[in-house]
Design a protein around this ligand. Sequence first.
Ligand code: GDP
Length: 472
Amino acid sequence: SEVATMMDVSVTQVISACMSLGMMVTMNQRLDAETLSIVAEEFGYEVEFTTADVEETVEEVQENPEDLETRAPIVTVMGHVDHGKTSLLDYVRKENVIAGESGGITQHIGAYGVKLDNGQKIAFLDTPGHEAFTAMRARGAQVTDIAIIVIAADDDVMPQTKEAISHAQAAGVPIIFAINKSDLPTANPEKIKEKLAAMDLLVEDWGGKIQSHDISAKTGMGVKELLEKVLLEAEILELKANPNKLAKGTVVEAFLDKGRGYVATILVQAGTLKVGDYVLAGRHSGKVKAMHDERGKEVKEAGPSTPVSILGLDGAPQAGDTFKVMEDEREAKDIAARRTQLQREQNVRTQRHITLDEIGRRIALGDFKELNIILKGDVDGSVEALTDSFQKLSTEEIQVNIIHKGVGAITESDVLLASASDAIIIGFNVRPAGNARMVADKEEIDIRTYSIIYDAINDLKDAMEGMLSPEL
Ligand code: GDP
């Protein structure tokens, strides 16, 4: 069935192809390399077995629990524009100069680490906002452990606040609310908490489980306590990594520096990166010539949850690309070259996203249990009505999840969320705005727009009924 999905043909066709070769197979059976090649040829495909695939599968080997050590949480700050994301990041950056070390954070390298008085550490991603967060996720990287969602107490739970919440939830990342601008006389944190409660997001003071803290990113009030709550959340998550192995992690940003060559900021997620290690990062590779922390200080080693900027790559990988240390330099170069080639042949995309037409086929393959939908509409009433009707279409076999809903045009950020969460987008009396259509085409995201509620429900119902009666 996997092969069928890859070739976009039905399982039945693959099974009959095997039968014509004299092989009786079932849908879940694994085929050997030779059979795979012959069957693929029948459908006009050529099979290429790459070591990259092998290597990436082997990667998932279970870690021995004894080798794992607690690591610092990695945090992203999100929220509505002007609610104080940058101010919070700046405050933490300035105030949390590592105890006993001179010199504050001078460099912007895309991420930084802070140490609290008690010695515990937190790593912050320095590009605020859920777009950056989800763009990374769409590239397959999950870096963030905890999301701080900033809400200005003199304002309201705004559309982008709701977006940020949906994006964090879709990623399964726990949220801590920072109710900001509490220094203002017009601040009303209780109103914000009440609004959140109305959205089924109960914060602690309201008897719920979600942590929240009133802060001022301007005066610094409450920021320390907020960070303590981050550590508390991290404790619950039991974040661990094995520091004693070859490093791997994610690229945060990269650029070409005239004097120094390619500079990439990476976040080590497991293992320890050392100067002299040979690194494969996305489509690039190279030997780590030097490493610097966010204070511009040279470092020799970087363990789990540590951001460092490295010199020595032969190009600039993209944010969200994974990196790993390779034992064999030639193998690293080979994989990088093969990835470049694959990129050139980009028409053969590895990741296809769900479309309404495809739902029936995917469910017939038996691996599709949840249909994720992003719903945008012109007014609250229709969005709520459609949410209700869509959710009612859930059956025992297929769960319909509205992972994000909102009033307004379909945005690029909706498309990124769809790409990261394999969702389809349904617009009611709204259309894609700005770059949304272009990005959707590139990411192969299905956007359906309707102006009659009945049509939207019926289309989805038909698609789902296709799900329930597999064509075998
Ligand atoms: P962002 O768009 O979410 O990154 O928001 P900024 O950090 O740029 O903040 C927007 C504006 O709100 C700026 O003018 C900040 O000075 C102001 N601001 C941010 N936090 C606070 C706060 O805690 N109290 C007050 N009074 N103003 C703040």
